[in-house]
Design a protein around this ligand. Structure first.
Ligand code: ATP
Ligand code: MG
Length: 449
């Protein structure tokens, strides 16, 4: 079914051109490769603009993570201009111009399209079946989601072209959907998550009319593909603004749609301890991103679903299920239910479960068990998780300090006899010392390896 009234018919685009001396963007802030693409298209006789998140981020003083280009050239025409170009997408073709590790995405103006992930989605029910026809720049502007995402930087005169009032909204730092919000959310419910994510990322407010319909439409997210929701979840929580994203999700009533069992568990946790811990986990994630330290989806999901896991575990134990069995079943149940909402590949769900299931082992202090747990491939993540649990309750503060010490100075904590195997690795000061010692020790033996 094709939507009889495309959104583009409901919004009347009106061009306001913002000259260079007003917007102040300079080509030095832009990707040299993106500029190359713009110039080449222009030399080829086509219109070419930088568009979307990159223009928005530059205007608010941020560093765009990628640079997208919009043009009136068809993908086939783009391909003729660039040797390093490949065409992707089946239903809607895009050109990727490849410069080493940087890819400049070049999209032909389109009318009445949906999101950029459109090709990957199978549409159903009453949603707009994407028509993916080429259009004018005006069509292209009004099919985008937020006004601040519909700004075009023109290479021909260095102006920013604004058809839907996005420039004023950037200045006011406000997110506003283009067109009728409810219609736009029904076309693509993931736009609700994008509102939360972009408000968090940019520190923008959400215009009242854009925020108002969200709580009542949040349930539509159940129709979105779990794979796309998984990707959107990673963008919400692994891009350096996880805590703010979470707070926006709560405020917009989106949490029950994205993490149903966690939302339930938080609502019934009167002390607020689980929410405190979850937020602390997200703040730690943000700090790691800010320091360029790696962050893993497994640990993230261990944090996000921990309230759900605790609740499921408590229920099973109340039914008299043996603790170890209850832990396994609670982990499986929570994983299974969540996978129905956001796809969670096993390479992430298995380590997530291990992080949970290792928690009780931190209470065991027998030497053999301590050494075994220290050697577990998931030890470090599980220990970080244990430390995080301190923000909910200090019941296991003792365990945290024990395991912190035993990692730093196993010899001081455990009997020396147990540590022979680890001797070489124990010294941490300057990396070369232990190796030299070992070589010296091996020399007299003289046996070739
Ligand atoms: P960021 O890259 O910082 O996450 P972005 O706005 O660039 O944010 P992308 O997913 O890269 O997000 O999308 C690029 C552009 O495509 C957006 O700026 C917007 O104009 C348009 N767009 C993306 N998703 C949608 C959608 N669901 N509906 C309408 N337009 C969309
Ligand atoms: Mg982008």
């Amino acid at each position: 079914m094709i939507d009889p009234i495309p959104t583009s018919a409901l919004v009347i685009p009106e061009l306001r051109s913002v000259p260079r001396d007003v917007h102040g963007l300079s080509r030095r802030q832009m990707s040299q490769n993106a500029l190359r693409v713009l110039y080449r298209l222009r030399e080829g006789g086509f219109a070419a603009y930088l568009v979307g998140g990159a223009v928005r981020d530059l205007l608010v003083g941020g560093a765009p993570k990628d640079f997208d280009v919009a043009t009136d050239a068809t993908p086939e025409q783009v391909k003729v201009l660039f040797r390093n170009c490949r065409l992707i997408g089946r239903r809607f073709r895009l050109a990727h111009v490849v410069y080493g590790r940087e890819i400049i995405e070049v999209a032909t103006f389109r009318a009445n399209g949906g999101d950029d992930d459109g090709d990957r989605q199978t549409d159903d029910g009453g949603r707009l079946l994407r028509d993916n026809i080429y259009g004018s720049i005006e069509d292209d502007a009004v099919r985008r989601d937020f006004t601040v995402n519909a700004l075009y930087y023109a290479i021909e005169d260095f102006s920013v072209r604004d058809y839907v009032g996005g420039y004023a909204d950037v200045q006011a730092r406000v997110l506003r959907l283009i067109g009728d919000p409810e219609t736009r959310y029904r076309e693509d419910p993931v736009r609700m998550l994008r509102a939360a994510r972009l408000a968090a990322k940019l520190g923008f407010s959400i215009e009242a009319g854009t925020a108002a319909p969200v709580p009542a439409l949040a349930h539509l997210l159940a129709e979105a593909s779990p794979a796309r929701l998984f990707e959107e979840t990673l963008k919400l929580f692994l891009s350096g603004h996880a805590a703010a994203s979470f707070e926006w999700l709560e405020q917009l009533g989106l949490l029950p749609a994205l993490l149903p069992e966690t939302a339930q568990a938080l609502a019934s946790n009167k002390s607020g301890a689980l929410r405190r811990m979850l937020l602390q986990g997200l703040q730690n994630t943000d700090a790691r991103v800010a320091n360029d330290e790696p962050v893993s989806p497994a640990f993230l999901y261990a944090v996000l679903l921990w309230p759900a896991y605790c609740r499921a575990l408590a229920q099973l134990q109340a039914q008299g299920v043996h603790p170890a069995e209850a832990q396994r079943r609670a982990a499986d149940r929570v994983t299974l239910h969540q996978v129905g909402r956001t796809a969670l590949p096993r390479r992430f769900s298995l380590p997530m479960q291990e992080i949970w299931l290792l928690q009780p082992r931190f209470t065991q202090r027998q030497r053999k068990r301590v050494l075994r747990l220290l050697a577990h491939p998931r030890f470090r993540a599980a220990f970080d998780f244990l430390a995080l649990r301190l923000s909910a309750s200090d019941a296991h503060a003792d365990d945290v300090s024990f395991w912190r010490d035993v990692q730093l100075e196993p010899a001081a904590v455990l009997a020396a006899g147990e540590l022979q195997a680890a001797e070489g690795e124990a010294g941490e000061g300057d990396g070369s010392a232990p190796r030299k010692r070992r070589r010296r020790r091996r020399a007299p033996a003289g046996a070739p390896a």
